[in-house]
Design a protein around this ligand. Structure first.
Ligand code: SF4
Ligand code: SF4
Length: 388
């Protein structure tokens, strides 16, 4: 009966996400994020910058950018006077055009609002986690709020994943770097370093949706799955993620092709953009997310890989006090992935820790907390005695 109820809850949540996101994305409007490049330029002898812009269908601001002209300079200067060769001019034009299209496709009101809310929300969750005040029920409520605010209301873009993916694709298509995206990426990395992957943990719209789905299939104490949940060995999940990242980057840089665009699961928050391949892939991620913890994050997400690397520099992180730990390993069993087992025993490469706080809740001696500094090593034989 409980399993049936939870299955109903999952269907309801996904239907609500799709329906409400459809309404919200229509209300926000906005232009599609599409980078078109020119394969050749229309040039003629004696052509001025103004004529160059008109013949190639470029806004005047783009033409100014191509030739490095200030607003006060006259567009009637001949382009030959700049001394660019044809291929160089084509490259510069495509770079300027791409940056213009990027700028035009963004909602410059929504973006700062979303970042301000992200920072405020993450700060509040951090305080709760530090005080060990995130119970199983509160965790679900917080994930639900993150999905509602950062996904349904504020949409698929921007997202931590998008900053990495779009930066690589833009560079692949036009060799351009969009400065606002680099600033956003810097903020996401800072949030990752400040407190263990915190933007993925509690802020990312699709990450929190997957976490919500996974918790739907857990008992009330959030310690074990109702339907069996499995933990994929980290060397497999990370291996797949690294290979996917390399294939995606090669396709973007060598062939200017965006693999992720076809299957982007963040489009669940902009459903009218989902194609057939996307629908199949997103459904597979959502359903498998009941049994495997955050499958997209662990197996495919480009930012997931980047943030796993930066997590190593983390300031605040999940730590164990071995003076009070009784080596019962309840934390490792309740942890949705293999990470707590490695944090506890320090017996391998530490996988992604999503700072969910489940380990903090279940520890019978209160030995786990999120705190600053380097993790201690367990005393020798602390765990080997029990497993012998
Ligand atoms: S790893 Fe997961 S939580 Fe982090 S950006 Fe990717 S989808 Fe979001
Ligand atoms: S170690 Fe596991 S249970 Fe603990 S915060 Fe990290 S992901 Fe959650």
């Amino acid at each position: 009966m409980e399993k049936l109820k939870r299955t109903g809850a999952l269907i309801f949540i996904i239907a609500a996400v799709l329906l409400l996101s459809r309404i919200s994305s229509t209300m926000w409007g906005g232009k599609p994020e599409k980078i078109s490049t020119l394969t050749r330029l229309e040039l003629a002898e004696g052509m001025t910058v103004r004529e160059f812009a008109a013949r190639n269908g470029l806004p005047e601001s783009v033409a100014r950018n191509v030739f490095g002209m200030h607003n006060s300079e006259s567009l009637d200067r001949e382009i030959e006077s700049f001394g660019f060769h044809k291929p160089e001019l084509l490259g510069k034009t495509n770079r300027s055009l791409a940056l213009f299209q990027e700028h035009e496709s963004k909602n410059w009101v929504k973006i700062p609002v979303k970042f301000a809310l992200w920072i405020a929300f993450l700060a509040a969750v951090f305080v709760l986690l530090r005080k060990k005040k995130i119970s199983a029920g509160r965790r679900i409520a917080l994930y639900g709020s993150a999905v509602l605010v950062f996904g349904i209301i504020l949409g698929a873009d921007p997202s931590p994943m998008g900053t990495v993916k779009d930066a690589i694709v833009l560079f692949g298509k036009s060799r351009a770097v969009f400065p606002p995206r680099m600033i956003a990426l810097g903020v996401f990395i800072l949030l990752t370093v400040a407190a263990n992957k915190f933007i993925c943990s509690w802020g990312c719209q699709f990450g929190t949706l997957q976490d919500l789905v996974f918790r739907i299939n857990r008992n009330r104490k959030d310690t074990t799955g109702l339907f069996r949940q499995i933990k994929i060995p980290f060397f497999i999940s990370n291996g797949v993620r690294i290979i996917f990242f390399l294939i995606f980057s090669a396709a973007a840089i060598v062939y200017a092709f965006d693999i992720v665009e076809q299957i982007d699961p963040f489009k669940i928050f902009n459903p009218k953009m989902i194609g057939i391949a996307g629908a199949v892939f997103i459904s597979a991620i959502i359903v498998s997310g009941l049994f495997v913890y955050r499958p997209w994050c662990h197996l495919f997400c480009p930012f997931g890989l980047v943030s796993w690397l930066f997590e190593k520099l983390g300031f605040y992180k999940i730590q164990v006090d071995y003076a009070t730990c009784i080596a019962c390993e309840k934390c490792a069993k309740a942890c949705p992935s293999n990470v707590m087992s490695v944090i506890l025993k320090r017996n391998g490469v530490i996988p992604d820790c999503f700072s969910c706080g489940t380990c903090i809740n279940v520890c019978p001696t209160g030995s786990i907390s999120i705190r600053a500094g380097k993790r201690a090593m367990p005393p020798e034989n602390k765990f080997s005695k029990r497993t012998a």
